[in-house]
Ligand binder design. Structure first.
Ligand code: ZN
Length: 426
């Protein structure tokens, strides 16, 4: 799938001390870990289902992982970022049916909007960006292999389903084939069952060996799109195996980190990691999750309809860099509520920073750059990074300041620091 343009990332002065190790919160252990200690970093972030454009909650997640991406680039690592778009899935088809729009047109329009939003927000694009539809041949091969290995089984479909081969049935993963299942989220059975039902699973489906077994291949249904599934019969991929296969093919197995919003930890990341364990040498070694953003008292979600769209803010003339700064003012793991005050604070900070870097010279910037680097290395502490830049800007704008020791290059270094590490173009 065609990605969006890569923003220019200015080079920064090398640190005097060795670059601080970049640590993030591991959702499995709750500890700070260094996911990519070597010279390479390979990570996967779960993408959107394109039936509603990028809302602030999505933007917060993708900006959080963009900070990690930028910190790794700054540390000199060879970074590979892979992501997906779930461009065929139940919610997309339901929305298309409800609005009378062809599902392909809906997906295309929303993907285009997402691309524009990511470009405007300065998010560095993935090296490989694969759609679920594009992944079909690889998913078919993977599911055939799981069936052959006894790690998957067929479940009969209802009358009328299954196209010309109704006897082939849907395919589900047999979780008993993976003794390590449950090791990502480490939840008890009751919690897993509740979350599975709440987040798109089908524990009640008749014919499954266990309620938690996830769908791998959904056979053709009347009125639904379907693709050639070779020995599986016509159908479409399940969501977890889609990400498992796209990550495997884009990064190789195992890889350093998989991430997304906090509601993806279970079942999505548990299941996709389980699939990768059976398809190769394991999935992501570290899982990292961004907190969910609320609006008007509730978690921002499509089902509740309480969404603030990045594209709507842009259309209203809001500077996307003010949006980015509004997001960065909250730690990525925080659960927070978006209000108009966030945007006003982002816009005010942007204006102050622009004024501060427009002078001829300013206070030395070396400590500010080091502080931003250190803040990001410490579990992507964006609020601390903003505070370091704020402190420099305040000194720079202080009319009573003694300017005799000013450094002519300081405003440029600060502007490049903000651009390269925080993704904010002044
Ligand atoms: Zn995913």
């Amino acid at each position: 799938m065609r990605s969006w343009p890569t923003p220019q990332i200015p080079a920064l002065p090398r640190p005097v001390e060795p670059h601080p190790p970049i640590r993030v919160h591991d959702s499995t252990t709750g500890e700070l870990v260094e996911p990519a200690a070597g010279t390479t970093a390979r990570f996967y972030v779960c993408g959107i289902t394109p039936y509603d454009a990028t809302h602030i909650g999505h933007a917060a997640t993708y900006v959080a992982f963009d900070l990690l991406h930028r910190a790794w680039i700054d540390a000199g690592k060879d970074v590979t970022f892979v992501s997906n778009v779930t461009d065929v899935d139940d919610p997309l088809l339901e929305r298309a049916a409800a609005t009378g729009v062809d599902w392909r047109d809906l997906a295309e329009e929303q993907i285009a909007l997402y691309r524009e939003d990511m470009t405007a927000l300065g998010v560095v694009p993935p090296a490989t960006w694969t759609g679920a539809v594009e992944s079909v041949p690889a998913v078919v091969e993977a599911v055939e292999r799981l069936l052959a290995d006894g790690a998957a089984y067929r479940v009969p479909v209802e009358p009328g389903a299954g196209g010309s081969d109704p006897h082939l049935g849907d395919v589900y993963a047999d979780l008993t084939a993976d003794p390590e299942f449950g090791s990502v989220a480490r939840l008890d059975h009751e919690t897993m069952t509740a979350l599975f039902a709440e987040r798109g699973g089908d524990p009640q489906r008749e014919g499954k060996k266990s309620p938690l077994d996830p769908l791998l291949w959904r056979r053709e249904r009347p009125g639904e799109p379907a693709w050639d599934g070779a020995s599986l019969g016509t159908g479409r991929p399940g969501w977890h195996v889609e990400c498992a296969v796209i990550a495997r093919d884009g990064l190789g197995l195992p890889f350093d980190l998989q991430g997304g919003g906090a509601d993806l930890l279970f079942p999505h990341h548990e299941m996709s990691t389980s699939h990768d364990r059976l398809l190769g040498d394991g999935g992501a070694r570290v899982h990292m999750h961004a907190g969910l953003v609320a609006y008007e008292g509730e978690k921002m979600s499509k089902s509740r309809g309480n969404l603030v769209f990045v594209s709507a803010l842009r259309a209203a003339g809001v500077d996307p860099m003010a949006i980015r700064l509004a997001l960065l003012a909250h730690h990525y793991r925080a659960e927070w509520e978006w209000t108009d005050a966030d945007l006003a604070a982002g816009a005010a900070r942007l204006e102050r920073w622009r004024a501060a870097v427009s002078g001829n010279g300013g206070p030395d910037a070396g400590a500010t750059l080091a502080a931003v680097r250190a803040a990001l290395a410490d579990d992507l502490d964006a609020p601390a990074a903003l505070a370091a830049v704020d402190a420099w800007a305040e000194r720079s704008l202080d009319p009573a300041r003694d300017t005799s020791g000013d450094d002519e290059g300081a405003p440029g270094v600060v502007a490049r620091t903000i651009d390269a590490l925080l993704g904010v173009r002044l």
